[in-house]
Design a protein around this ligand. Structure first.
Ligand code: NAI
Length: 298
């Protein structure tokens, strides 16, 4: 993880949503030297987020990748709040709440009223149109996609997504911010799924079809893709890591956005989500996990 001191325009980063992505983004920002406000409507999610950040930082320290002092300074820079208005002084606000256009749009219009006129509103959405999220604000040129990969402290990539009205200046500021967080950026235009999920999610969906139609067991599907294509994780294990609800929502966005039946979500994926089998975060998805933090699927 990057361990730097910030010197430029962005000093305060707001993060909205303290789930698996928001907590990781808050951690990356705090370790990179930014003051961070993390907001979630659910106080229990904030408690979980602080525990997750603290134990992840502890692992970086014990592996010698971060000094103990830097880890402790990062924890001091992280403040949590269930009051959205506490983010009013943030220079950049990164939203990482549920993957629902309606819910995100409501949040963006609230943030537009709360935030300073110069604040950039960024979304960690996996697939939803940045242009449409921006349309509910009075600052569409300052709205942008900043798509971290899971888990944010370990994954190097940020996919920056430019909405129809995102200005060059805002794009360059977010590119600079991403690099100061130690990340490598790619830029995507604003089409459903952007780059990563346009390619990844149909593969995961196809893995569900392969399981659904009885072609192979879940273990053989994952082993085939790991050893046959040199992927570090199989598609079904990866779906459990991402969250099956997140995968389903992205498939719906691709299906609606392109109007092509090849993006239709697999019935088995839909059924698992209906059953609450959302993946590692719930202890059960395609695989069962002894605890949500378990590494090995059963
Ligand atoms: P999650 O379910 O772990 O966390 C979402 C959090 O948002 C919850 O703590 C919930 O209480 C909070 N929340 C919901 N509505 C809220 C609101 N109106 N205001 C404040 N907080 C609210 O979800 P996760 O996996 O962290 O995903 C968040 C976003 O990141 C989604 O847009 C998802 O598509 C995107 N994403 C997810 C990745 C993944 O692998 N899970 C990877 C990259 C992006």
């Amino acid at each position: 993880m990057a361990e730097t001191t910030t010197t430029k325009e962005t000093e305060v980063v707001g993060v909205v949503g303290g789930g698996q992505m928001g907590s990781g983004i808050a951690q990356v920002a705090a370790v990179s030297g930014f003051d961070v406000w993390l907001h979630d409507t659910d106080p229990a999610a904030l408690d979980r987020a602080v525990r997750a950040v603290s134990s992840s930082i502890g692992r970086f320290v014990s592996k010698g990748k971060l000094s103990r002092a830097a880890g402790s300074d990062a924890m001091k820079r992280l403040r949590c709040t269930s009051n959205l208005e506490d983010l009013r002084d943030a220079d950049v606000i990164i939203e990482a709440i549920v993957e629902s256009e309606e819910v995100k749009k409501t949040l963006f219009s609230k943030l537009d009223k709360i935030a300073k006129a110069t604040t950039i509103l960024a979304s960690n959405t996996s697939s939803i149109s940045i242009t449409r999220l921006a349309s509910g604000t009075s600052r569409p040129s300052q709205v942008i996609g900043m798509h971290f990969m899971n888990p944010p402290p370990l994954m190097k990539l940020i996919e920056i997504v430019r909405g129809a009205d995102t200005s060059d200046e805002v794009f360059l500021k977010i590119k600079d911010l991403s690099e100061r967080m130690g990340k490598i950026v790619v830029c995507s235009q604003d089409y459903p799924g952007f780059i990563v999920n346009r390619i990844l999610m149909p593969m995961i969906n196809e893995a569900f079809h392969t399981l659904y139609t009885g072609v192979a067991t879940k273990e053989d599907i994952d082993t085939a893709m790991k050893l046959g294509t040199n992927h570090p994780m199989g598609p079904l294990e990866l779906a459990d890591l991402i969250g099956l609800d997140v995968c389903l929502n992205i498939m719906k966005v691709l299906y609606e956005g392109f109007g092509d039946s090849k993006y239709s979500p697999c019935p088995l994926l839909v059924q698992y989500v209906d059953a609450g089998r959302l993946g590692r975060k719930r202890g059960i998805g395609v695989y069962s996990y002894e605890s949500s933090a378990a590494e090995k699927p059963k």
